[in-house]
Write a protein that binds this ligand. Structure first.
Ligand SMILES: C[S@@+](CC[C@H](N)C(=O)[O-])C[C@H]1O[C@@H](n2cnc3c(N)ncnc32)[C@H](O)[C@@H]1O
Length: 270
């Protein structure tokens, strides 16, 4: 089941168009601002569990925010210019701007509907959103100190084009904070591709078990949103994409076919 699903959506020649249509459709169905994140989440597994401290109305999306915190908090962002590629509905960019205090925060996504949602719902000084393709970023060279990319790169047609674009827009000594999931058998290819793009690997970790735990804890919330907002024809598909329990991606994490990775990469000084 996982194999067929991935072959179609991760390896297909048309995957970029399919994903774009899917995210535009999804955002037009999720009409209110209850859903500002679209990732599988992260949960600390240490004995003295640390939970993120958020404002009361943000608690419902705590696991998704914790994934951003885990990825973005790897380096200090205060006072820097940060770009998020594949910002979705903007919850992550908003979290970073308000809690980690970069000077400017820019979110880019190729879904027009997502960017319209972000521009309507996240009205925060020095936080801007614009339409853009990860494989052809609409920015001049060396404009950002940090590029962050969370659970978006599996949608891209050519990952090495994105790595080259991230490298181009980051200033020397800046960081690329990168997290997503893939089939275990291609993880080495991703690593090689990152290195041949010019990045130095500062840290790399597998966080699959943290993500699985978050998927368990967030399961009921996702099911209730899907039951309320998504028409019954798309509900099964929505449970698959959102990684509800016992769906192919969830099972892929459980049986080890899929891994969720998290990288801290640095662009060398000139
Ligand atoms: C699973 S969602 C994750 C969104 C967000 N990072 C989060 O964690 O909430 C993947 C996002 O990547 C965006 N995306 C996919 N391919 C893209 C591309 N080539 N360029 C820019 N954004 C893209 C989708 O529109 C979608 O919003």
């Amino acid at each position: 089941m996982l194999q067929i699903f991935l072959t179609y959506l991760v390896n297909s020649r048309f995957k970029k168009i399919i994903w774009q249509k899917w995210y535009n459709l999804l955002t037009s169905k999720l009409t209110d601002n209850r859903v500002t994140f679209m990732n599988y989440g992260y949960m600390d597994l240490s004995p003295d569990i640390k939970l993120l401290e958020l404002n009361h109305d943000e608690q419902k999306e705590i696991y998704c925010a914790q994934l951003y915190d885990h990825v973005a908090n790897a380096v200090p962002l205060k006072g820097l210019d940060v770009l998020e590629v594949g910002c979705g509905r903007g919850g992550g960019s908003s979290y970073i701007k308000r809690y980690l205090q970069p000077k400017t925060m820019t979110g880019v996504d190729f879904s027009k509907k997502n960017i319209a949602f972000c521009q309507k719902h996240h009205l925060i000084p020095e936080l801007t959103f614009r339409i853009g393709d990860a494989e052809l970023l609409p920015f001049e060279d060396r404009l950002f100190d940090i590029v962050i990319n969370v659970e978006s790169s599996h949608c891209y047609a050519a990952i090495e084009k994105f790595f080259a674009e991230a490298f181009r827009v980051i200033r020397p000594d800046g960081y690329f904070l990168f997290a997503d999931f893939r089939e275990k058998k291609v993880l080495d290819d991703i690593k090689k591709s990152l290195e041949s793009s010019g990045f130095k690997i500062v840290k790399s970790e597998i966080i699959t078990q943290n993500v699985l735990k978050a998927m368990d804890l967030d399961n009921e919330r996702k099911l209730s949103i899907i039951n309320q907002d998504i028409s019954k024809y798309f509900q099964t598909l929505a449970t698959w994409f959102s990684g509800c329990q016992n769906t192919p991606i969830y099972q892929g994490f459980q049986n080890g076919e899929l891994e969720y990775f998290c990288y801290v990469l640095q662009k060398p000084s000139i």
